[in-house]
Design a protein around this ligand. Structure first.
Ligand SMILES: [Zn+2]
Length: 308
C-alpha cells in the first residue's frame, strides 16, 4: 500500500504509475489523481488558448496564412492522403453535417445569402456554362412547382443530358448574332439577346423512344392550343412516326420539329375546322395517310352525357 500525495488515500501499488526518479520507482500521485489533473490541465490550456485566439484574431490569421504559404506541399500531401478518410467521414456523418450547415445558415442567413449571391453573380458573368445551368435549374424547378410537384431528381437527369452537352448543342445552333455574352438578355428586340424556352434538345435523344417523348412534348403544346378553342385532339402512332421521320433530323436544327408539327398537325386541324365547321367539344383524330402523303382528320362528335 502507498499513500497518494494528492488525495492522501492509501491505495494498492498497482494504482500508481512508474516513475524511475522516485526511490520506490512509483509516482507520488495515484493514477486517478494524475488522470483528473491532466484532464483539468488540458481544459485550462484550451480555455487559455481560446481567450488568446479571441484577443489575437488578426495575429492568428496572419500566422495561419504564413504557415499555409510555407507548407503548401505538406497540405497537398495531407489532403491527398485524407481523401478516402474525408469521403468516409462525410458519408458517415452526412446527417450531422447537414444539420450543422443548416444551423449555420439560419444563424447567419443574411451574410450567407450575400456571400452566395455575390459569388453567383460574379461567376455568371465569366462562366456561361454556370449561367446556363443556374437558369435551367430555376426554370425547371419553377415549372415543376407550378404543376404542383416536388423536384426530386437532379436537373441533368430531367434534362436528359449534361449541361456541357447542352451548351455545345446550343452553340451549334447559334445564329451569327448569338453568343454567350447576350444570353439571357432577351427583351423582344430583334437580334439583341436570346433565352431558353422549354425545349428539349433533339440531339439528346438516343433512340426512337426518346424522339417520341420529344414529339409528344411538342404535341402537348398543340393540344393546349386546341383545348383553348374547345376542341380535343388525338394523334395516332402512324402520324407520330411520320413526325419523327420528317421532323427530328438534327442537321436542320431544333426548329424543324416545331415547323413539322405546325404543318402536319396545326394546319390539318385548321383546315378541318374551316371546311367542316365542327361542333364545339368535338374530337379530331389525326392519322397519317401514306398513299396521299397527307394528314387525315376524322371528327368524333362529343357524346352527349346521359343524365342519371
Ligand atoms: Zn490520489
Amino acid at each position: 500500500m502507498k499513500k497518494c500525495s494528492k488525495c492522501k488515500q492509501e491505495k494498492e501499488l498497482n494504482n500508481f504509475g512508474i516513475d524511475k526518479k522516485q526511490c520506490d520507482g512509483l509516482n507520488k500521485v495515484c493514477k486517478q489523481c494524475r488522470q483528473s489533473f491532466s484532464k483539468e490541465h488540458s481544459k485550462r490550456l484550451y480555455e487559455k488558448n481560446k481567450i488568446w485566439n479571441q484577443n489575437n484574431v488578426d495575429k492568428r490569421k496572419e500566422y495561419l496564412k504564413d504557415w499555409k504559404e510555407n507548407n503548401v506541399d505538406k497540405i497537398k500531401e495531407y489532403a491527398k492522403n485524407n481523401v478516402e478518410y474525408s469521403k468516409e467521414y462525410y458519408a458517415n456523418n452526412a446527417e450531422k453535417l447537414k444539420n450543422k450547415r443548416k444551423e449555420y445558415y439560419y444563424n447567419n442567413k443574411e451574410a450567407t445569402l450575400l456571400t452566395n449571391n455575390t459569388y453567383r453573380n460574379k461567376r455568371k458573368q465569366s462562366d456561361p456554362l454556370y449561367k446556363l445551368s443556374v437558369s435551367l435549374r430555376s426554370m425547371i424547378s419553377t415549372t415543376i412547382k407550378k404543376n404542383g410537384y416536388k423536384k426530386l431528381s437532379k436537373t441533368e437527369l430531367i434534362l436528359g443530358c449534361s449541361f456541357e452537352h447542352l451548351k455545345q448543342y446550343l452553340e451549334s445552333n447559334f445564329e451569327q448574332w448569338m453568343s454567350w455574352d447576350n444570353y439571357g438578355l432577351y427583351n423582344g428586340e430583334l437580334n439583341y439577346g436570346w433565352d431558353i424556352d422549354h425545349i428539349v434538345p433533339l440531339s439528346s435523344a438516343l433512340n426512337e423512344n426518346d424522339l417520341l417523348k420529344i414529339v409528344d412534348l411538342e404535341l402537348k403544346k398543340v393540344f393546349e392550343r386546341v383545348n383553348n378553342i374547345e376542341f380535343d385532339v388525338e394523334v395516332d402512332d402512324t402520324l407520330k412516326k411520320h413526325l419523327i421521320l420528317v421532323g427530328t433530323d438534327t442537321r436542320f436544327g431544333a426548329r424543324i420539329l416545331k415547323r413539322t408539327v405546325q404543318k402536319w398537325v396545326d394546319d390539318a386541324i385548321t383546315e378541318k375546322i374551316l371546311s367542316d365547321n365542327p361542333e364545339k367539344g368535338s374530337k379530331f383524330i389525326l392519322s397519317y395517310n401514306e398513299t396521299e402523303k397527307k394528314t387525315d382528320v376524322k371528327i368524333k362528335k362529343q357524346k352527349k352525357r346521359k343524365i342519371k
